[in-house]
Write a protein that binds this ligand. Structure first.
Ligand code: ZN
Length: 256
């Protein structure tokens, strides 16, 4: 894209990924306006999740998951606002860390050697951060991210088929729906970028992908909170904020 070379407030674009949105079209300070502000819903949703996790004293892992969603969204804001390569990398590394955290939450109930896997995951996370900052191989990041996502799928599916609760199943379905819809927005934005650029209004597929992924992360965390509460015998049920927005409510036994 010719305009990607335009030097503006943050300097020339150095990121290896360039999106369909025109650079510095709405503001001199924000490279991609819609791709930047579309991360705000993710932060708000993660905040709702975090407050819920803290208020009901869920395990710390869930607070960390919600906080890491917020950090990722903030990193994404900085990336899309500046389109700098340094920021792109500091955004990609926490993405891998978060997937490792998901693996921990999903698989840790079955581990016999309690310290081996966390140690391995920690070393993996540190190793990735170092190699990614030194080697900067974009493909390596993408392949690893997709593989880590795929590793989560079978366990998520196992939780899904073992859950009888209709509300929790609905959250799982919303999770799948948002990832499919979000993925479609992302793909359409990439494939038809040239066409959209000629339109009077660009539909901003990448911004919609951000919004949907914000909901997707929230649903993923909520579903995991439900399953974990069930494992711990905390009688979880799905309640609704303003009669609409689902969250997990628990009742811990009196002895705990
Ligand atoms: Zn993005």
């Amino acid at each position: 894209m010719a305009e990607s070379m335009v030097s503006s407030f943050w300097g020339p674009v150095t990121s290896t990924t360039e999106l369909c949105e025109d650079n510095y079209a709405q503001s001199t300070y924000i490279a991609e306006f819609y791709n930047t502000i579309s991360n705000i819903p993710c932060i708000l949703l993660a905040l709702i999740g975090l407050i819920n996790a803290l208020r009901q004293r869920f395990e710390k892992r869930f607070s960390i998951l919600h906080i890491s969603n917020m950090i990722l969204a903030i990193g994404n804001i900085v990336f899309h606002a500046t389109l700098q390569h340094v920021v792109q990398q500091s955004d990609e590394t926490p993405m891998i860390w978060e997937m490792l955290l998901y693996l921990y939450v999903l698989y840790s109930p079955d581990w016999h050697y309690r310290s081996t896997m966390p140690t391995f995951l920690f070393l993996y996370a540190a190793g990735f951060a170092i190699t990614h900052s030194l080697l900067r191989i974009d493909v390596l990041f993408k392949v690893q991210y997709i593989l880590l996502c795929l590793l989560c799928v079978p366990r998520m599916y196992k939780y899904y088929i073992h859950t009888k609760d209709a509300g929790a199943k609905r959250i799982a379905k919303l999770y799948v729906a948002t990832i499919i819809l979000g993925g479609l927005c992302w793909l359409v934005d990439r494939v038809f970028c040239k066409k959209f650029s000629g339109w009077y209004v660009n539909p901003q597929g990448h911004a919609w992908w951000h919004v949907l992924m914000g909901f997707n992360s929230y649903f993923a965390n909520a579903f995991l909170m439900f399953c974990r509460a069930q494992q711990l015998g905390w009688n979880p049920r799905v309640a609704h904020l303003f009669g609409l927005f689902p969250y997990v409510k628990i009742e811990k036994p009196k002895t705990q």
